[in-house]
Design a protein around this ligand. Structure first.
Ligand code: CA
Length: 353
């Protein structure tokens, strides 16, 4: 076929195709098809444990909401609420379980009072890195244990972000030996807090927004939160100067997005998939945003604000490691879910090393 004939033939084909499409669009041309029923619209309240727009965590929650709103074309509208608007930071779990909100963004180790097993879905001392946690949750049996643990509360949770490896925390003085932890009053959630208590410190959890005032008042004299980007935003450097690494207690903290299971199960399959996929997308996105923000902010903290950056000495890390092994080891006598979760986690970690 000559090139000119080919072009002419293609043009005819296009014209015929266009005529066909036009015929389909003519009124009455497709009478066999029933008129479309308007699909039901859903409105969800999405509460978080973070201040509005907070770096990485609040921005991550906002991205999840935006993805759901965009991908569902408005059929599922998710409205975001910061900590304190509907429930306090540490009240997210109960609020979503009770139906005061349909969805919540937080960290599973905040709820260790309900089961120690929940620590493993966020982070535990000398635990998994961000990519290892994702591997265990998605491919190593973690999600099944998580589902089992949250089911009695009428909840289901998705991994929906990761802070990456955290910093060891902020102290008023140099930490030269494990004895220096005696008498320290530190904000630290989860099993890391148990480790601190074992070495003579006291530990308590509190929402991020409460930490600065607690440092100023002397209720605590040390804290951890996440890493340079977040910690700069909270302004801890104005009260405490020594900034230690690494965060033995949170080597890769998973952030969760929980849903009220009855509300989630009532959604059509495509909207359920949109919620799950929006959360899954945030696993990588939040980590990338943290890595960028941390790199920039560490320089600002040290160069602009004169923060004294220190690495925990090896003997402190060894002592923290020993205390962490003891704390984790005692979970073998905890409730059945915790024992099975710890066994699954430990088998995965041993395989990953
Ligand atoms: Ca932390």
């Amino acid at each position: 076929m000559k090139r000119r004939d080919f072009i002419a033939g293609s043009a005819l084909g296009l014209a015929a195709g266009a005529a066909g499409v036009a015929a389909l669009r003519r009124p009455g041309a497709n009478t066999a098809k029933a008129p479309a029923t308007p699909r039901r619209r859903h409105e969800w309240r999405f509460i978080t444990a973070w201040p509005e727009g907070f770096p990485g965590l609040g921005t991550g929650a906002a991205r999840i909401a935006q993805r759901i709103n965009d991908a569902s074309d408005g059929r599922l509208t998710v409205k975001l609420f910061p900590a304190g608007a509907i429930a306090p930071a540490l009240g997210v779990f109960d609020a979503v379980a009770q139906g005061s909100a349909e969805m919540g963004h937080a960290a599973a180790h905040y709820w260790q009072g309900k089961s120690k097993a929940f620590n493993f879905f966020a982070s535990v001392p000398f635990g998994l890195t961000a990519s290892e946690l994702s591997a265990w949750i998605h491919y190593g049996g973690g999600q099944e244990l998580w589902d089992e643990g949250y089911a009695p509360f009428g909840l289901k949770s998705f991994l929906a972000g990761n802070t990456g490896v955290q910093m060891g925390g902020w102290f008023k003085q140099e930490m030269n030996s494990i004895e220096d932890f005696r008498g320290i009053k530190m904000r630290m959630p989860g099993l890391g807090g148990e480790v601190l208590r074992r070495i003579g410190a006291s530990a308590e959890n509190m929402g991020g927004s409460d930490i600065f005032a607690a440092l100023q008042s002397g209720r605590i004299n040390a804290t951890e939160w996440a890493g340079p980007w977040n910690d700069l935003a909270f302004g801890f450097y104005k009260v405490v100067r020594y900034y230690y690494w690494p965060g033995f207690h949170e080597p890769g903290s998973g952030i969760e997005c929980m849903v009220n299971k009855a509300k989630y199960d009532a959604l059509p399959a495509d909207l359920r998939a949109i919620v799950a996929t929006a959360c899954r997308a945030e696993c990588e996105t939040m980590l990338a945003e943290f890595n960028r923000g941390n790199a920039e902010s560490l320089r600002v903290l040290v160069d602009k604000h004169g923060v004294l950056l220190r690495r925990f000495p090896d003997d402190i890390m060894a002592a923290l490691g020993k205390a962490s092994d003891e704390v984790l080891g005692e979970l073998t006598s905890a409730d059945d879910l915790t024992r099975r979760t710890y066994a699954s986690f430990r088998a995965f970690r041993d395989q990953s090393i």
